[in-house]
Design a protein around this ligand. Structure first.
Ligand SMILES: NC(=O)c1ccc[n+]([C@@H]2O[C@H](COP(=O)([O-])OP(=O)(O)OC[C@H]3O[C@@H](n4cnc5c(N)ncnc54)[C@H](OP(=O)(O)O)[C@@H]3O)[C@@H](O)[C@H]2O)c1
Length: 550
């Protein structure tokens, strides 16, 4: 029933919210399995303890499980964030027993964990809750057996029917796995009531890359949505789990100082750099079909930009946060082919030297076609059509075989309105820059002009430097630790929602299409160990700006 009108007659109010918003809200209302947002837990992100649950790693014998997941789980346990009931079931094809699988995870911890080697007592208690489930992803009986195993674990270990499925597999396998999970009654908690176990939650984490263009991302979203509610799906982008990226929100919205200047009135331009020193080592086949735009810009760089540029959310809850990020992405208008030629630069490295090592040309790498057109470097100029950012260019660049490994967001502020010191013969002072370093050496650097001590007037640019490593006595958790724990407590803030992923592809598809059609400017070449092709510098020189050399 609608609210009473002024005339005392009850009036019917049409719901004018867009269909997607209504749909999401309705899904939220009937989704009783999801914990209600708890501002103390989710909002302030106080130290959290996962609920008893079983994590099923589909693809448990793969590289990701060994390098990232095993160390992350071990460190969560070490930190006291996992309850004693926590159980891991590794699901893969290889013929392993429980013991061999545990050894495999232990090796991953001993090789890759930030705390290593594993402490025997901690490991032993962890290992008691690790099992291996052998099966082929397209074999229905493997899932029937998995369901029985999970029910048994619920009974024996008190995991309360809570299940987290981690799809650590190539995305082409997602549809098969989620459909099989549904067939076996593993996708919805309701099905499990029949087997007598308690009602619990079911969540699924999916890895990047999420699609290779808009159409494939939509298809993947649709396939997931046929089985899971969007609130059960956690699309991981490990960049968002990094401490500095989370700190962006605290830095902006927790301090009174920065937010008032975080807009077109004070900010001249923003540069986002994701630079790698490595080439395509061992990933040639994957990379040649992917390229820098899909591999880095689609997820990491656009997500960094959205976190940087979003408006303050109404509350610090996952849906509010993701609504704000989506608004930023909606403000980025897709380019026409001529825009692509003007505002993008793509490059591919040829032989050179990186950090004293000789690097051969991309096209000479194994599994790369000798005439490959894949970009290993990309630079873009984007704009956000919003009240806050209209007219402020966002320059994004990412590349392989660059001189240093660094990810940073650099904000260049506008010059002081009056060159007051020019009369005293002081040349133009460099603009103030705030550089937010995401990796390595996480921290924040502010560059400003200061008077050189002495009788004359000389001004030099100096740095004010905050480093996580030296300001806090504790190690930052690895991104996967944060994100796994988030998924276990039901906090999706740092995971990408279906509409965000699709919007990112809506921005990038026209660029990919124009490049492919030969309308988006040529592929440039750059020497390994340089900061990309000269055309990338020209992109900024045209605007009387220059890239930072981090
Ligand atoms: N590796 C990383 O550091 C990293 C980083 C970021 C994102 N990712 C993403 O994470 C996902 C996994 O990557 P990965 O490098 O771990 O892959 P991977 O090393 O190729 O591992 C694939 C896993 O899937 C299993 N598998 C494949 N086909 C199967 C089937 N039909 N039935 C049962 N098991 C099957 C394999 O089991 P068997 O070996 O037993 O056959 C193996 O455990 C990918 O989406 C990737 O893009 C990886």
């Amino acid at each position: 029933m609608g609210p009473a009108g002024l005339d005392g007659v009850t009036t019917r109010v049409e719901d004018e919210r867009p269909a997607s918003v209504r749909d999401r809200a309705e899904r939220g209302m009937r989704d009783e399995r999801q914990p209600r947002p708890n501002p103390l837990r989710e909002g302030l992100r106080l130290e959290r303890m996962a609920e008893p649950c079983t994590m099923v790693i589909c693809g448990a014998t793969g590289d990701l499980a060994e390098r990232k997941l095993a160390p992350a789980l071990y460190n969560c346990l070490l930190g006291g964030f996992l309850p004693p009931e926590f159980t891991v079931v590794g699901f893969a094809r290889r013929d392993l027993g429980d013991e061999a699988f545990r050894d495999h995870l232990l090796e991953g911890i001993n090789r890759f964990s930030r705390n290593r080697p594993a402490k025997p007592a901690i490991w032993e208690s962890f290992a008691r809750g690790i099992e291996y489930h052998r099966g082929d992803f397209d074999a229905p009986e493997a899932y029937v057996e998995l369901a029985k195993r999970l029910d048994r674990i619920d009974r024996d270990r008190g995991t309360a029917g809570n299940r987290l499925f981690y799809l650590a597999v190539p995305p082409a396998l997602y549809p098969e796995i989620v459909n099989q999970l549904e067939q076996a009654g593993l996708a919805t908690p309701g099905d499990r009531r029949r087997s007598g176990s308690k009602r619990g939650w079911t969540r699924v984490i999916v890895e990047k890359p999420f699609g290779s263009d808009l159409e494939s991302a939509r298809t993947l979203n649709r396939e997931l949505a046929e089985v899971f509610d969007e609130r059960q799906v956690y699309r991981i982008d490990h960049y968002l789990g990094k401490e500095t990226v989370q700190n962006l929100a605290v830095f902006r919205f927790g301090n009174g100082l920065f937010e008032p200047i975080w807009n077109r009135r004070y900010i001249d331009s923003v540069q986002i750099t994701v630079a790698e020193t490595v080439g395509v080592e061992g990933r040639g086949e994957f990379y040649d079909a992917t390229g820098a735009l899909r591999d880095i810009v689609q997820g990491h760089a656009l997500q960094l930009m959205a976190m940087f540029a979003m408006d303050p959310p109404v509350e610090f809850h996952s849906e509010d946060l993701r609504d704000e990020k989506l608004k930023v992405l909606r403000g980025v208008k897709p380019m026409s082919p001529s825009d692509v030629a003007t505002n993008t630069v793509r490059g591919q490295y040829v032989s050179g030297w990186v950090e004293g090592e000789k690097v051969s040309s991309y096209r000479d790498s194994p599994e790369i076609a000798p005439d490959s057109q894949t970009e290993t470097f990309v630079a873009l100029k984007l704009g956000i059509d919003s009240w806050r950012w209209a007219g402020v260019p966002f320059y994004l660049r990412s590349g392989k075989a660059l001189p240093s490994r660094v990810t940073e967001i650099a904000v260049q502020f506008k010059q002081a309105p009056l060159a007051l010191f020019a009369r005293a013969g002081v040349p133009q002072i460099e603009p103030n820059v705030l550089a937010i370093r995401v990796q390595p050496d996480e921290g924040i650097l502010l560059r400003f002009g200061a008077k050189v001590p002495g009788q004359g007037l000389q001004i030099r640019t100096v740095n004010m430097d905050f480093r996580y490593g030296s300001s806090f006595a504790v190690d930052s958790p690895d991104a996967y630790e944060t994100l796994l724990l988030d998924a276990m407590v039901g906090d999706a803030s740092l995971f990408t929602r279906d509409d965000e992923v699709e919007r990112a592809w809506e921005i990038l598809d026209p660029i990919l299409n124009a490049w492919q059609a030969g309308e988006g400017g040529p592929l440039h070449f750059y020497g390994a160990g340089t900061w990309g092709p000269p055309a990338a510098d020209e992109l900024l020189e045209r605007d009387r700006r220059a890239w930072r050399r981090p």
